[in-house]
Structure formats: structure tokens, C-alpha cells
Design a protein around this ligand. Sequence first.
Ligand code: ZN
Length: 409
Amino acid sequence: MRGEEPVVEALRMRALPEGGYDHLLEFLKLYRNAVQMVVDSIWSINEMLSKRKLHRLFYSNLVSMGFRAHHAKEIYIYAESLVESARGNGGRKPILRRLSARIDRYDYRLDLDSMTLTLKLHGDYEARLKLVSSSERVEKFRGWGNYELVVKYDGSGFWVSIYFRRAVKAVKPRTVMAIDLNFDNITIAVFSFNGRLAKLKRFKTPLRKVLTHRIWVERIQRRYPRSWRFIKGVRKAIDRHGERIKNISWDYAHRVGDLVAELASKHSSIIALEDLDKLRENNKKGKRFNKRLGLWIYRRIQFCIEYEARERGIEVVKINPRSTSSKCPRCGKKLAEYRHRILKCRKCSFVGDRDVTATINLYKKYMSKYPRCGVPGVAPNAPKPDENPSGVQGKRDDAMKNIKPHELI
Ligand SMILES: [Zn+2]
């Protein structure tokens, strides 16, 4: 079982130097050159270097340049990670242009009450910065630990990103929440480890609305195929639709993320989501997701679910969605369309709502991938008819209308 899981979040703010900033700028240049120097030598060595070896190779040299102990460590570790990722994707040797430095918590003092930050620089210099941010944004991080920051100079001023960390007690899962996303609906089903359905909820998605805006954009772009970028009015109209798409989708994703995580908290669930990366592999048709919109919106919803879940110590797993919406959860044969959104198995005569069937299959896949001690997979005894899921939303939810609970598993 897991214990404490850290949640990490960055707070990015403008930082105004108090007094001169010559030393800070000098430090950033020195830092960049030092990282480049280390990158150059690691690149020529052409082998993976352990931390100990990096230390032996570069530490004393960096310290003699005026860096503090932890600066030196940050520099060689950062340089090594740059080289590794460049090699990993077959790129060229990294050349650093931007002025930015990663600073360890031993080399700064942060005071959120007075919103001041003191950085310890090379050669025992210090820089004091006034941080600019709304008190609401900062308030959230009271009581969190901070362990590292990045300071940047972009030509016009300084920016600071402070990394905060908070330990969240991991929730011990007692149920599995399977979530099926598709164009019209999100279906959420909570199952106990022995296969009982504890809760079923369904929400409409606003994706038809999003699609309408998308179609408008395409229409305008078709009418002005070459010029839409350059005509102010046309560009404005496109931007307006784009803005609506962005707002609708983020609002929705946040709302669903919050709601799902709350529900998962209440049921101590582990959340099983479909692995959207596996979708392309499976060569799914756009039927369920609508090709015109793409997958980004589902990714956004999943992102918010994961984010909110992590904040509450709830684990999220991704399950390959292959054939979850086409296979009979009882006997494994292919399901056929029976009525609108209802599928039927020709072999065992299972009948089920398409989305609910997908959640059952997701749940079963989860159980076979992560078997529980003492739980014999999915219990053969189906839930009794009077074990109707509570909280099914009246008009907004018709998931249960078309399926009797005893037919679920
Ligand atoms: Zn069947």
C-alpha cells in the first residue's frame, strides 16, 4: 500500500528586484555559461554519468567559479538532464540561450507574508526581489513546503516559479470507479471489488456545442481560405469562436474533474480511465469521439480528473479501452446494436446500455490487470434487482432506464 503521495505545483510570479540587479543578471549569465560548459563536456564524453561521477568531474571547478555548493549540484544535474533528453530524441547538442537558473531551497529565503524573496548568488552576493501576485493565489500554498525555484530574465524583467509540495495521504481503495467518455456522455460507475454496482451517474457533455463553434470556424476558414489570417474582422470572428470553445471545455473539464474526484473520495475509489494513447493504436473510428473535434477535449477532461484526484490522494489508472464498448461483459462475444444506444449479445442474450457496458468492461479489465487478494475476479452472482444504484440523476440520467441492474454483470 502506498503511504504519502506528494502533490507538486508551481507558482509563477513576476519579481521586481529591490535595489540594483546587476549581480542577479551577472549570476544568470554565469549560470548559463556554466551549464553550457558542463553540457559541452558531457556531450564529448558520450556515456551515462552517475551523480557521483558528475560531482567528481565538475563540482570543484564550479565552486571555484564562485558558485555555492547547491548551485554546483543543480548545474551539473540540469546539464546532464539536458544532454540525456537531447540524446534520447536524437537531437543535437543543446545550446542554451535563455537566462534562467534553478535554485535549491538552501540558496533562497522566501517570505510569503511580505512577498519577498532573497536569493543567494555567486561570490556571496544576494539579491532581494519583491514578488507580484494576488493574495488569493498565494494563500493556497500556505502550509505547503517549497523546495526549489526557477528564476528567469526575459529581457524586460524577472520571473520566478516556485515549486511547492504537499504530502497527501493516499486513500486506500475500496471500490473501482470506471469512467467512460464519449461524445454525448460521461458515464461514471462505481463497483465494489466483488463486482457489485454501488453507484451510477451520467452527465451530458457540452461537446455538441463545442462542435458547432468548430464548424463555424471551419466554415469561415473555407470561405476565406488564404486570407482569413489577415482580415481583421474575419480573424476576430474566428478568435471569438475559439474563445468560446476554450471556455466551454475548460469550465466543463474543471467541473467534471471536481465532481468525479469528490465522488471517488466518498467511495474511496481507485479511478480507472481509458488510456487514450492506446486508442489510436486500436484504430478506433471517430464514431465514439467525433473525429472533427479530436481527442484533446477528452484529454483535458482526464487531465482535470487526474489533477483533482491526486489532490485528494486518489489513485488513477489508465486501462486500454480496446473493445470495451463492443464486447459482451458476460461471455466476451461481440455485441450487436439492438436499439438506440443499446447493445445485445447474440450468444448469451445480455442486453445493456452501450456506455454502461463500457464501464463494466473497463472495471473487468482493471480487475484482471490488478487482481485483489481474496477477490475471485468478478463475482459470478449478479447484484439483486433491489440493489438499484442510488443517486442516479432523474432526467439527466437515463443510464438505468434501459438496463436492469441484474443484467449488469
Ligand atoms: Zn454474451
